[in-house]
Design a protein around this ligand. Structure first.
Ligand SMILES: Cc1ncc(C[n+]2csc(CCOP(=O)(O)OP(=O)(O)O)c2C)c(N)n1
Ligand SMILES: [Mg+2]
Length: 326
């Protein structure tokens, strides 16, 4: 597998920082009562979205989950459009209608986050079938958790993609828990990558906290899909270091020691140390990026908070395709 170039590594670092700082801001905003509804953060898992989306074009499509902020940002949604959406403001990426679990930005290929566990696998297979029928060279990707792999959608989506050799990448973010249920309790085969063999497609297991490793696995899978080689299943083994959702308790189903051990494998710190050790950047370069991203996210939050609420008179807008009803 080809490793990312130094420039690509620095781009990965910036994307991951944008996700981390935005999620930390959203956690604070949730505590401050600015976000109506649930807020599932992606802290600890940033390398997966960044590594996969860096290999996708704007016209490639991704289908996401309830934990989708990182996917949205990595695919090209701005922090301010994301934060404003969670605040319910008219300037949000879905005009304040959707919130955290209904983020849509087709212009950058984000075809939706979703509160329903599983269907993104089928939606990605469906999009890939469209690309194949229309002879387009686009690729679809589905992000989903370990909680989705015992769902019927996983079986149906992977099987269909394999028999039709569809241009799709299935990305399982195995963070070891579905809410409070340990994955080891939910399956006798916790090696998700090995399940690819059951469908006749390659299954690749990767350290999901190692951004260059995720990048390389995604690069190969996307090239394979775009080149007509068919689908790939990537299992990115990772961990969320915050609670399942903001405001939820986090003490009874996993130990503090386990959380601390995974924090020590923080994907951002690892990438930073790697870039410095390889001589791809000096500390001053990275500090400049860090200061810039911090300022960008702070400005985004202030902008979101001062943004208007949607006009009640526009409540029926954005419900149906404007073209279909013109
Ligand atoms: C079809 C369906 N069943 C159950 C739920 C309730 N639910 C919400 S999040 C979640 C856990 C999902 O775990 P996983 O897929 O591993 O994602 P993670 O939260 O770990 O990122 C469940 C069961 C749901 N949203 N949809
Ligand atoms: Mg999980």
């Amino acid at each position: 597998m080809t490793p990312p170039s130094p420039t690509e590594v620095l781009a990965l670092y910036r994307t991951m920082l944008v996700i981390r700082r935005t999620e930390e801001q959203l956690a604070k905003s949730h505590q401050a009562g600015l976000i109506p509804g649930p807020c599932h953060t992606y802290v600890g898992e940033e390398a997966v979205a960044a590594g996969v989306c860096a290999n996708l074009r704007a016209d490639d499509m991704i289908f996401s989950t309830h934990r989708g902020h990182g996917h949205a940002l990595a695919k090209g949604v701005s922090p301010r459009a994301l934060i404003a959406e969670l605040y319910g403001r008219a300037t949000g990426v879905s005009h304040g209608r959707g919130g955290s679990m209904h983020l849509f930005a087709p212009e950058v290929g984000l075809m939706g986050t979703s509160g329903i566990v599983g269907p993104c696998i089928l939606q990605a297979a469906g999009a890939a079938y469209t690309f194949q029928l229309l002879k387009r060279d686009q690729v679809a990707a589905a992000f989903f958790g370990d909680g989705a792999v015992n769902n019927g959608a996983f079986h149906e989506g992977l099987n269909l993609a394999a028999i039709y050799q569809l241009p799709v990448v299935f990305v399982c973010e195995n963070n070891l828990y579905a809410t409070e249920v340990p994955f080891a309790y939910a399956t006798r085969n916790p090696d998700v990558a090995s399940r690819g063999a059951a469908y006749g497609l390659p299954g690749v297991g990767v350290d999901g906290n190692d951004a260059p490793a995720v990048w390389a696995a995604a690069q190969a899978a996307v090239a394979r899909a775009r080149g007509g080689g068919g689908p790939t299943l990537i299992e990115a083994r990772t961990y969320r270091t915050r609670a399942h959702a903001e405001g939820m308790r986090d003490g009874s189903y996993r130990t503090r020691e386990e959380v601390e051990a995974w924090k020590a494998r923080d994907p951002l710190r690892r990438l930073r140390e790697h870039a410095l050790a390889e001589g791809w950047a000096v500390a001053a370069d990275l500090e400049a990026v860090e200061a810039e991203v911090k300022a960008q996210v702070e400005a985004a939050a202030a902008w979101a908070e001062s943004s208007p609420w949607p006009d009640p008179a526009s409540a029926s807008a954005h419900v149906y395709s404007e073209a279909a009803h013109a």
